[in-house]
Design a protein around this ligand. Sequence first.
Ligand SMILES: Nc1nc2c(ncn2[C@@H]2O[C@H](COP(=O)(O)OP(=O)(O)O)[C@@H](O)[C@H]2O)c(=O)[nH]1
Ligand SMILES: [Mg+2]
Length: 377
Amino acid sequence: MFGFIKKGLKKTLEAIQTTTPVKREKISRDDLEDLLLEADVSYELVEKIIDSLPEKIKRIQLYNTLISLFMYNIEKINPKDEKPFVELIVGVNGAGKTTTIAKLAQQYKNDGKRVLLGASDTFRAAAIEQLKTWAEKIDVPIVYTKQGHDPSAVAYDAISSAKAKGLDRVIIDTAGRLHTQTNLGEELKKIVRVCGKAMDGAPHRKILILDGTQGNSAINQAKAFKKMIDIDGIIITKLDGTAKGGALFSIAEELKLPIYYVGVGEKAEDLTPFDPKEFVNTILDAIFTEEDENSIPSSGKTHNVDLYNLTDAQRIKFEELLDKDGFDLLSKHFVSERKSSQTYRININENSDCFEIIDKDGQVLKSYKAEELDTNG
Ligand SMILES: Nc1nc2c(ncn2[C@@H]2O[C@H](COP(=O)(O)OP(=O)(O)O)[C@@H](O)[C@H]2O)c(=O)[nH]1
Ligand SMILES: [Mg+2]
């Protein structure tokens, strides 16, 4: 899975390298501004990012600022809780809904789940055929009807069938013709209602598919869909086909919705879970030179570490010790409570995974256990 984000960001990274061809230890605000605009981060957000940073910016400073854009409260919806777990896929025509459904089905199947597809885009015969072809290809059952039939009825039948067969997942396709937006809104609302009749609580996730090649203009589209139905999260497609990968920052910041996955190609396996940390680091790797400091804290000792200015080596070590959720939580804590350039002491006990942060006077500010960070994250 690792490296998929990098593949998806190829064109964006190339665009970044046209503005800053030489990697450096620090980047100036002017250069950063050019680079972010080039990657299609929205103008307002670029200003906001730049304003919070010093004239010469270190990697870790930029990292903290960028990662904080993804730190809003995300309500976790756990697919394990429901059987079948029903997902409704919405978005404008051409955004990549049907293809993404095939990719999701493939992933779920790889995870040992039994999946069923519902072809509720009954508006065009070709749309039904397209999903049928995918269903055959990845070998999963599909519920469909004739063109022009009621999409809600298909959703109802799909869920009922999955319930009867004891399947794990249902993924429902929908039509996305924008020129009849009010009808679309009514239709989607009805599908949601009818899903709820077929199964209490369904659809469990309503996922909006956004075309990544549209960059920032996808935001308004997303807002229109949010008005129609309550969107739980998004998947951004075609990241591989665009230099506008920076728009993900604006999309996250504006919509405050979880980005579940990104699409990085046209094949069934070209879908990768979105990890903000990997995303930010992949971009930073294109800008900054690697630091060669090696002061990695080791077990059982107390170390002086400026948490706001961790070296890469330190950061990697902490990530190993804390795992992703733990590290995110810790970074979040320091973004909110950061006192600039204050040095903290870190006490790490690798055996118990205990992690203490001690201030200059020797007072323990925070004490974390890896497993606590895990579950609270
Ligand atoms: N390069 C690339 N193409 C994609 C991706 N996702 C979808 N597509 C293409 O986008 C086009 C429209 O996709 P489709 O699933 O039919 O969109 P829908 O109308 O929303 O169902 C198709 O040609 C897909 O192959 C992606 O992640 N990368
Ligand atoms: Mg489609």
